[in-house]
Each structure stands twice: as C-alpha cells, then as structure tokens.
Design a protein around this ligand. Structure first.
Ligand code: NAI
Length: 332
C-alpha cells in the first residue's frame, strides 16, 4: 500500500521508517512536508491512504478530493480528530483511524512544566542569570503544596496531571461530564463554575468540538480566582484568546501557559523566525511577562513518537488486511 504522509518532519520520518522496517511487507511511504488542504490534496494521487497530524485540514471538500483520487483511509497520528469531518468521511466510506493514547504522561508532564515555569519564572531567571543579573525581583512564586488545581477533562491526560499534582500535595478538583472512579479516588468532582471559583490553577484537558469552542470565555474568566493561572495543552479554540488578553491586561488573570493556540495552523511546526508575524493577537500575547507559549510540543517525547508510529502501523494494517480497526473514529 502507498501512503502519503502529510506535514512530515524529520522526526516523523525517523520513527515511521523505523516502524516500517519491522513490517513483513513494508508500506510505500511518500513524505510530504506540506500540510493537507484543498490546495495540496493532489499530493495523494496514486495513494491508497493518507496520514495526517493535528493541523491538517480534512474537511468535507478535502475528503471529496481524496475520494476522487481513490484514497480509502485517513490515519491520524494524534488523538484529537476535531480537524476531520467524520460524517463526510463515513458517507464516502473512508476509514478514519487515530492514535487514541500515546503516553498521556508526556502531555501531563509538559503541562506541569508550564505550571512550574510560570510559577517560579524559570524562563525569566534563565535569561537573567546569563546576563549576570542575580536580582530576585519579579521572580516570586507560590508554594504549590496545599494549592487547589482545577482539571477540566479528567480523561487519560487529565488523570495523569491529577496524579502528579496529588504527589505535590495539591488539592485536585475535576470537571468532566463522564467522571471516572480513578479520578474520584484522588480528586473531587465539581461543576465547572465552582472549579473556576475555587482553583489557583485551571488546566484544560478535554477534546475540542463545536459545542465547547471558547469554553473559557470572558464570562468564565470572570469566575476565576483573581490572579489564578490558566493552562491549556489541549486545543487552542477551547480558549477565547482575545478575552484572555483582556483578563491579562486587567491583571485579573495571573498567568497563562499554552501549548496550543486557536490560530496555530499558520505558526506552529514552522520556522517563522525570519518572517513578520501578522497575527496581532498572538503578538500581543508575546508581550506579557506572565505568558508562556510552546508550539504544540506536549506530545513530543521519543516514547510518544514510537507509540504513535507503532499504533499508526497497526491501523494501516487493518486497512491493508480488511480487518476491523479498533481505533476507527465513527459518529453514532
Ligand atoms: P480522553 O478522551 O482520555 O479524555 C478527555 C476527557 O474530556 C473525557 O473524560 C471527556 O469526558 C472529557 N470531556 C469532554 N468534553 C468535555 C467538556 N466540555 N468539559 C470537560 N470535560 C470534557 O483524552 P486525552 O487523551 O486525555 O486527551 C485530551 C486532549 O488533549 C485531546 O482531545 C487533545 O485535544 C489534547 N492533546 C494534546 C496534545 C499536545 O501535544 N498538546 C497531545 C495529545 C492530546
């Protein structure tokens, strides 16, 4: 089978080639640096399936284009599938499969890195000490032990975050329409408004879908404790970035740590260091000393990349062998 792998970076190739070498009948992998969109769909010409990542556009028009080219499967090398029109894929008979969990601890650990960095200002201390400035002004943090952290979405990643914070001695609150007993063993489930009102740190770990776009909007930001920290390693559009900027400007929001951004398609996973970035909202975020942005790297560990490659090959083999795929994404 021939597979077009979109948004392919060197590290994707390394881990996919390694997994492919273990296949009894290796796949023919065509790596495309370009991301998938209506403009690049033709790169899938002659391919049986495609493999995509978080910011590839797999809407109804793109799926129509893929269908015309004879593509039978869309394989996500990620867990979230908000970028795929699942209904359209089903109508066209295109299999969509994902990697439902790849080291949730990797994302959880990155979440903790954002919290720890923002809290103790190590991103600023690093630069300050290198310039010979050993003043402590502006580096004051809080002791995490005994603080309350609200986790929105207590699935695999949210639970992993809760376990780490539990070890720190934090009080952990959770909000999730589908609470798990694993979470209630270490944390307290509450409604969203009381989670926001009681938490010193709020962290987002739920998937994005149309119903929860801008879950954290101006109103919800107003319910948060003054000076609280907001963390998002889930999906950018869960947060209304413009409302967050206003909350930062008014000093209501104490700090923001994000690994995802609602307009990240134009920026993340590209070297834009020589370009003029014309996203004024993003550039305004960059001016705050209490904002830390990383470019969607929560998943980026060797363990997770190996798992992504292995599970993607299991999914590809389902299509190749005509067997049912346990990681297929379908709407009821
Ligand atoms: P999961 O499916 O195990 O857990 C998600 C939880 O969110 C579920 O328990 C679900 O009931 C809950 N949920 C759904 N809607 C909700 C709402 N409106 N409010 C509160 N909770 C809600 O998913 P997992 O593996 O924990 O991943 C969570 C998200 O993390 C993914 O959807 C993805 O967007 C993001 N992610 C980010 C990565 C990164 O590199 N930054 C890497 C992997 C995932």
């Amino acid at each position: 089978m021939r597979i077009a792998v979109f948004s392919a970076h060197t590290y994707d190739k390394d881990f996919f080639d390694e997994a492919n070498r273990r296949e009894p009948a290796p796949f023919d992998l065509i790596y495309q640096e370009a991301s998938l969109s209506l403009q690049t769909v033709a790169f899938a010409q002659g391919c049986d399936a495609i493999c995509v990542f978080v910011n590839d556009v797999v809407n109804a028009s793109v799926l129509e284009g893929l269908h015309k080219l004879g593509v039978k499967g869309v394989f996500l090398r990620c867990a979230g599938f908000n970028n795929v029109d699942i209904d359209a894929a089903q109508k066209l008979g295109i299999l969509v499969a994902r990697v439902p969990a790849y080291a949730p601890e990797a994302v959880a650990e990155h979440t903790i890195a954002l919290i720890m960095t923002l809290n103790r200002h190590t991103h600023r201390a690093y630069n300050r000490v290198r310039e010979g400035n050993f003043m402590l002004n502006g580096l004051l943090g809080m002791t995490l032990h005994g603080k309350t952290v609200g986790i929105i979405g207590t699935g695999k990643i949210g639970l992993a975050v809760a376990r780490i914070l539990n070890g720190f001695g934090c009080r952990v609150l959770g909000f999730d329409p589908m609470p798990s007993t694993e979470f209630t063993a270490i944390g307290e489930m509450v409604d969203l408004d009381s989670l926001l009102a009681r938490s010193d740190i709020v962290t987002l770990h739920c998937p994005l879908f149309e119903g929860n776009r801008h879950l954290i909007d101006r109103h919800k930001l107003g319910l948060m404790k003054p000076g609280a920290m907001l963390i998002n390693t889930s999906r950018g559009a869960l947060i209304d970035t413009r409302a967050v900027i206003l909350a930062l400007k008014s000093r209501r929001l104490g700090a923001l740590g994000i690994d995802v951004y609602e307009e990240e398609n134009e920026l993340f996973f590209h070297d834009r260091s020589s370009d003029i970035i014309d996203d004024d909202v993003f550039q305004r975020l960059m001016t705050f000393p209490n904002v830390l942005v990383t470019g969607h790297q929560g998943f980026f560990t060797t363990d997770a990349l190996r798992e992504i490659a292995d599970v993607t090959f299991q999914n590809l083999n389902c299509l190749a062998n005509g067997t049912s795929c346990p990681n297929a994404v379908m709407n009821a």
